[in-house]
Ligand binder design. Structure first.
Ligand code: NAD
Ligand code: IPM
Ligand code: MN
Length: 396
């Protein structure tokens, strides 16, 4: 079986950084199997594409993305390649001080355009990668986080991100700028179905908590009505409740178990709440994501492949990029999601997740596991990658 992988490269030097470790993981899966042959390709995207061709998402990259079975995007930028030649590199980067919020051409619109062009409306961000060993060092108290099982399902190509907007003009008397938050019935229906599929993929099925701001926003009132109707009509076996985003944000740090299940929410709320949810396992560097154009069909015997974009939920971390200390786990777990959702390689995806867990719980490291600096440890990005790859080889 030939699976074509597409990479988005920022021409960052991936060597000591996160994406390189995820590539090693995918290559390990490929090497260990007689049936799976991964063909990795890289393309310019984001900041480096602006530097090279003046736009963040060149047509060639977009076309290649459309043809690929899956896309893995990293999120680190910084150091240029020099003379290294990679035949199979998956790196991407969005954002950074070099292309700040007031720059004329910025990387972020490239990512939004890619999501839109590929119709990736469903963003799945699991924050349920708990390791009890990790919780002891996490920012929240261990008893608050023990037993938390949250998966954020974020609508990704609607809402404030894509409504009409007006920048403040250059005329001195122009003192307004605005963004609009628009949702339609079909947009809410389809993301609700994804949340329901995710809920049903667990045994027993997860509850759904739909998060909105229906006490103020018209788009949230439509959201609440459509979510209710869709679940009642199509998934009557699932439990659904609605919560306002402000108090839900509070509950997420006060007693996150109350939100156990699928958190179904619109684009901006999901962006914010998913970063916040990463504090439960312990760090933003841990969380992966899958952006899909259809509900996932796994785990199930009738797996249907869907292409998708896989990336950690964190950004380019300009404050630590290039130092070789970033946590590669978010990107590695994104590669696991890629194996699961786009290729149906459940066994391999689970092996990658198990290898990550084993590294975090490694008794050789004084019972503390191998930790990068964001988790209070001294392990480098590469050392953690080495350990995960070694462990994975024994599991495949
Ligand atoms: P960020 O996610 O890059 O970093 C926030 C904090 O978390 C920083 O202190 C950083 O060091 C830390 N962090 C992030 N990833 C880490 C990792 N793997 N290991 C250890 N620590 C990690 O957010 P930001 O600084 O607000 O944004 C920087 C740029 O990234 C912005 O331009 C933003 O638009 C972009 N961004 C891109 C993506 C993406 O490509 N999908 C996602 C989020 C932000
Ligand atoms: C994310 C990022 C992006 C978003 C930015 C870089 C456009 O923060 O993937 O969470 O807001 O969706
Ligand atoms: Mn974000």
């Amino acid at each position: 079986r030939l699976a074509q992988y597409l990479a988005l490269t920022d021409h960052s030097r991936a060597g000591p950084e996160v994406v390189d470790q995820a590539v090693r993981v995918l290559e390990t899966v490929s090497a260990a199997s007689k049936d799976i042959k991964l063909n990795l390709e890289s393309h310019i995207f984001g900041g480096c594409a602006i530097d090279e061709v003046g736009e963040p998402l060149p047509e060639k990259t977009l076309q290649a993305c459309k043809e690929a079975d899956a896309i893995l995007m990293g999120a680190f930028h910084n150091i240029r390649f020099g003379s290294s030649i990679y035949t199979a590199l998956l790196v991407g980067s969005i954002g950074g001080p070099k292309w700040g919020v007031h720059a004329k051409v910025r990387p972020e619109p490239g990512l939004l355009k890619l999501r839109k062009e590929l119709g990736l409306y469903a963003n799945i961000r699991p924050a349920n990668f708990a390791s009890d060993a990790l919780l002891a060092h996490a920012p929240l108290k261990p008893h608050v986080c023990q037993g938390v099982n949250l998966i954020v399902v974020r609508e990704l190509i609607g809402g404030l991100y894509f409504g009409t907007r007006k920048e403040q003009g250059v005329a001195p008397d122009e003192d307004t700028a605005w963004d609009t938050m628009i949702y339609s019935v079909p947009e809410v229906q389809r993301i609700t179905r994804v949340a329901a599929q995710v809920a049903l993929s667990a045994d027993p099925p997860l509850d759904i908590h739909s998060i909105d701001k229906a006490n103020v926003l018209a788009s949230s009132r439509l959201w609440r009505k459509v979510v209710t109707e869709t679940i009642e009509k199509e998934y009557p076996q699932l439990k659904l409740d609605h919560q306002l985003v402000d108090s839900a944000a509070m509950i997420m740090v006060q007693n996150p178990k109350k939100l156990n299940g699928v958190i179904l929410t619109e684009n901006l709320f999901g962006d914010i709440l998913s970063d916040q949810s990463s504090i439960i396992p312990g760090s933003l560097g841990l969380l992966p994501s899958a952006s899909l154009a259809a509900p996932p069909s796994v785990p199930s015997p009738d797996f249907k492949p869907i292409s998708g974009l896989y990336e950690p939920i964190h950004g380019s971390a300009p404050d630590i990029a290039g130092q070789g200390i970033a946590n590669p786990i978010g990107t590695i777990l994104s590669a696991a999601m890629l194996l699961r959702y786009s290729l149906g390689l459940e066994k391999e995806a689970s092996a990658v997740e198990a290898a990550v867990r084993k590294a975090l719980d490694d008794p050789q490291a004084g019972g503390l596991g191998l930790r990068t600096a964001d988790l209070g440890g001294k392990t480098s990005t590469k050392e953690l990658g080495d350990k995960i790859v070694e462990t994975l080889k024994g599991l495949l």
